[in-house]
Design a binder for this molecule. Sequence first.
Ligand code: NDP
Ligand code: GDR
Length: 370
Amino acid sequence: MKKCLITGITGQDGAYLAEFLLKKGYQVHGLKRRSSLFNTDRIDHLYQDPHVEGRNLHLHYGDMTDSTNLIRLIKQIEPDEIYNLAAMSHVAVSFETPEYTANADGIGTLRILDAVRLLGLEKKTRIYQASTSELYGKVQEVPQSETTPFYPRSPYAVAKMYAYWITVNYREAYGMYACNGILFNHESPIRGETFVTRKITRAASRIALGLQDKVYLGNLDAKRDWGHAKDYVRMMWMILQADEAEDWVIATGKTTTVRDFVKMSFAHAGIEVEFKGEGVDEKGTVVSCSNPDYQVEIGTEVVSVDPRYFRPTEVDLLIGDPSKANNKLGWIPKYDLKNLVEDMMQSDLKLMKKDTYLKDGGYRIMNYFE
Ligand code: NDP
Ligand code: GDR
């Protein structure tokens, strides 16, 4: 039985990857942070009672900023594969917490690589590093591929740039099997609520159900290459099964504005939204509602721009060229953007319905404006 360690197992990708690897018959070990509340929602369906013999999901307390903890765990587990997904992954938040982000996302990666080396596991343990399209930052060329130069535009991206190069360096210096997956944005029904896609699908669902009036967003012109997280975690595993350790771009090859993502999400609920105005005065307004279940009035302003969501330096356009992964590993995504929006909207409409029951029962419901 192969053993793996997933850092960031409680996050979006960690949860899908754990499920995928358990199905493949792996013994899965996951690093989770101590939190004052339960933080295992996304993997609760995989949870196995620790008192039961022979279980194959094991959770360990730990943190990417704690070297001795990481060394002890890797020594104890001796994993065949490590998927280093743990990170402070929010670009906007990294401007607020740059030092912590550098520590967890940049030096954290070094801690994993060096633990494997110090423990003499460099020929046994394969390492996947969660690299990102944010490395490309300021547009140099499109579509972005494995050879496009980097120009990071946030403390997050700069930290991930260190992580990228230290992974390459350990591969070259010590012959370790260590790879970067340069993944473009990928989303899902379990995407963190403050990333733009999930913020939009939650808001569109709540507005349709009469639980919220509008959503405030930042840069509507930003363009992203959005895929489905389920397709991308499959690729993480494929990357570590390849004969040679290499770096890979994973993307759909298509790009869409935030504005169009809004329109697609509302359209799923039968609500047509039109945008008018410029810059901070741009508004999204309902022009028709064809679904009799939702009572949204024509002319309601459902989207406003709030400059608080603008970033000090923005990444305007991401569009990836996944041809290396397509050709060499045979990776073809199963979801396109339409399927992704459908999956997220179906899930959020169902989830938000719970709040209508709570509201009807007299409970206070929270509206999240983050
Ligand atoms: P999430 O934010 O959903 O998950 C991040 C995970 O890292 C969570 O489990 C979180 O724990 C954990 N974590 C954060 N800080 C620490 C720390 N100091 N020590 C230990 N664990 C920590 O991210 P995603 O699942 O979306 O992304 C996974 C990885 O892929 C990240 O490294 C991200 O930067 C990268 N990436 C993501 C892309 C995307 O579009 N999703 C694209 C390209 C790269 P907790 O649950 O306790 O907060
Ligand atoms: P990103 O994702 O920064 O690309 O990083 P995010 O969804 O946060 O932003 C995408 C684009 O949307 C614009 N935007 C807003 N963003 C947020 N969060 N909230 C808003 O209200 C809003 N309005 C407009 C942003 O300015 C941006 O241009 C994600 C993360 O998962 C990273 O960890 C990962 O490395 C990259 O994707 C690839």
